[in-house]
Design a protein around this ligand. Structure first.
Ligand code: PEP
Length: 248
């Protein structure tokens, strides 16, 4: 089970310190893996603050080159050098606001994998594709065009664009069907099973129902991960879910 917290461009140094102070007395489980993706400027800071906790820190994006004349970009090598284990690639906000297409996302994912970072590759349809019944087709195309080589240690996050930050989520069957399709495509492509996370308006009210969906292996949480109390409540829901289902 995996909990990813994408802070996006939120939380400054003071709030990050406050957040991490709230984690110190918490009893983490070795059944649930957690990774926080802070703003790039605070990756190193957060990494130092959580260094004694079983929490990984990751980058929200990386470039497809390790070095060079790319002003403002983030090198996967530097993320790794600063202690990151994971990197998110292909988030819909990068696709929309930074015009990252499948071709570029594949290059970014490949350079991350080549640098020994584990990638969380985001895919997901927009509302009109969902309404027209083209969601599976759209996500399959994204996957086939974005998957880098040697993806075995990485994860997929299914994040319907229309669900991110809106409070709307697909129903149980839609999420399960999409995760099942994603797993099938991955198995056919790399001959390995990998975790598929659900992302989009996950919160304390819906986390239990989402974790009960058979093909969901964890969640990617944005807004509801910004307060330590909520992040830990989501983490605890994952621990309880595993206990309830006797999964060790
Ligand atoms: C996200 O940004 O990946 C996300 C899922 O955001 P939210 O949980 O706020 O919808």
């Amino acid at each position: 089970m995996f909990i990813a917290a994408n802070w996006k461009m939120n939380l400054d140094k003071r709030l990050i310190l406050e957040f991490s102070n709230n984690l110190n007395d918490f009893k983490f489980s070795n059944q649930v893996e957690a990774c926080i993706f802070p703003p790039m400027t605070y990756v190193d800071y957060l990494n130092q603050l959580v260094s004694k906790l079983p929490i990984s820190v990751g980058g929200q994006n990386c470039h497809y080159k390790n070095f060079g004349a790319f002003t403002g970009e983030v090198s996967p090598k530097f993320l790794q050098d600063t202690g990151c284990e994971y990197v998110i690639v292909g988030h819909s906000e990068r696709r929309t606001f930074n015009n990252e297409n499948n071709n570029e996302i594949k290059l970014r994912a490949q350079s991350a994998v080549d640098t020994n970072l584990k990638v969380i590759l985001c895919v997901g349809e927009n509302l009109s594709d969902r309404k027209n019944g083209h969601a599976s087709e759209f996500v399959e195309k994204q996957l086939l065009e974005c998957l880098p080589n040697n993806f075995e240690n990485s994860l997929i996050a299914y994040e319907p664009i229309w669900s991110i930050g809106t409070g709307r989520i697909p129903n149980y069957y839609e999420i399960n069907e999409m995760h099942e399709n994603i797993k099938k495509i991955i198995l056919q492509t790399i001959n390995k099973e990998i975790k598929v996370l659900y992302g989009g308006s996950v919160n304390l009210a819906n986390i239990n129902n989402i974790l009960d969906i058979p093909n969901v292996d964890g969640v990617l949480v944005g807004g509801a991960s910004l307060k330590a109390k909520d992040f830990l409540a989501i983490y605890t829901a994952a621990v309880k879910h595993l206990q309830k289902n006797h999964i060790t």
